[in-house]
Design a protein around this ligand. Structure first.
Ligand SMILES: Nc1ncnc2c1ncn2[C@@H]1O[C@H](COP(=O)(O)OP(=O)(O)OP(=O)(O)O)[C@@H](O)[C@H]1O
Ligand SMILES: [Mg+2]
Length: 323
């Protein structure tokens, strides 16, 4: 028997806080139409996006009920996000709606060769502040995941650190994932947060910008020196590097897959790692589950379409590859 239990953790046990977004995906797009002209295209679809939304939906698909905390506007995109999260079984009590603010949205232009370009409106994510955080939900959670740090200008840095600290005081395990920092502040924002991170999970490119070094082991050492307990550097098709609080380094390879779309791979990885923690696994086994969920994600179009059930994912992990 595999060493896991099939369980649905009750709502509120995992809280995912971060950016929430709607994605309008247009394909195929050869370029911006000439001024005043209409160009017909084959497909125009509306999807949920944003790190917190993606992690929340991935957790639900892996059998873990969770709450998503973030901010949306009172508009059609906001209605769509709320409705989708609820359909997926994600608790939305902590999602704030603010009048006069637009829900964050991205227009994704997909070229015929699959290359993507983005037009993004920060919208409500730029207005997210610590007063929006339902600390009751955070304090009663077993796990807090902050997803999309560095993309919330009024919440990044000190306010994030305060929420992580409050969570830790109540015994909540904390995870922090970053996004590309358009403000260029990088370590200035993150260093106050690291002492309150049980698990810090940046991507390789973000870790390089934060640490100023290029070698994953050295990056991890620098985050530990700033106070992070465990560090996981996501390395794309090379899997991840894990450095545990005991100083043990492990490189976990990614299963080989045919890549269709890498959107949401980082979020799928974080969801997989979190699921392992919920099941009481050690960091190494969590990282193995994380690379499996990440690999499943990239086999299908969209942030969460490739994410499968917990049982299927564990089977793939134990086989050492996807079917
Ligand atoms: N081509 C791939 N093949 C197998 N696994 C992959 C591939 N790309 C990504 N993954 C898995 O997904 C994880 C996260 O991907 P990546 O390192 O690109 O994170 P990220 O930059 O945070 O992603 P995102 O842009 O979605 O935020 C990787 O650590 C790996 O386990
Ligand atoms: Mg990422």
């Amino acid at each position: 028997m595999p060493a896991y239990r099939e369980c649905i953790v009750s709502s509120g046990k995992v809280v995912v806080l971060g950016i929430v977004c709607a994605d309008v995906i247009a394909r195929p797009v050869n370029g911006i139409p000439e001024r005043g002209l209409l160009v017909p295209i084959d497909q125009l679809e509306l999807h949920t996006g944003g790190c917190a939304t993606n992690v929340g939906i991935d957790l639900a698909r892996l059998g873990i009920a969770c709450s998503v905390l973030g901010k949306i506007g009172r508009d059609g995109f906001g209605d769509f996000i709320l409705q989708t999260l609820e359909q997926e079984g994600v608790d939305t009590r902590g999602l704030r709606r603010e009048d006069g603010v637009q829900t964050a949205a991205t227009v994704v232009l997909v070229a015929p060769d699959g290359e993507r370009s983005f037009l993004h409106c920060l919208g409500a994510n730029a207005m997210f502040v610590s007063e929006d955080v339902d600390m009751g939900l955070v304090r009663s959670a077993d796990i807090l995941v902050v997803a999309g740090s560095l993309l919330m200008p009024k919440f990044d840095g000190e306010p994030t650190a305060e929420v992580l600290r409050g969570a830790r005081e109540c015994g909540t395990v904390t995870l922090l994932d970053t996004a590309w920092d358009a403000s260029g502040r990088w370590m200035k924002s993150i260093e106050t947060c690291l002492p309150f991170c049980d698990y810090f999970l940046p991507s390789e490119a973000e870790a390089a910008m934060l640490s100023g070094v290029t070698e994953p082991e050295t990056m991890a050492a620098s985050f530990v020196a700033h106070g992070a307990r465990n560090v996981i550097i996501k390395l794309g098709d090379r899997g991840c590097l894990l450095r545990t609080e005991d100083g043990v380094i492990e490189h976990v390879a990614a299963p080989a897959v045919s890549v269709v779309d890498t959107t949401g791979a980082g979020d799928a990885f974080v969801a997989g790692f979190t699921v392992g923690l919920v099941h009481g696994w050690d960091a190494s086994r969590c990282a193995h589950l994380a690379v499996t969920v990440g690999a499943m994600c990239v086999t299908a179009t969209g942030a969460s379409s490739g994410v499968r059930s917990f049982a299927e994912t564990v089977q793939a992990m134990e086989r050492g590859g996807l079917m």
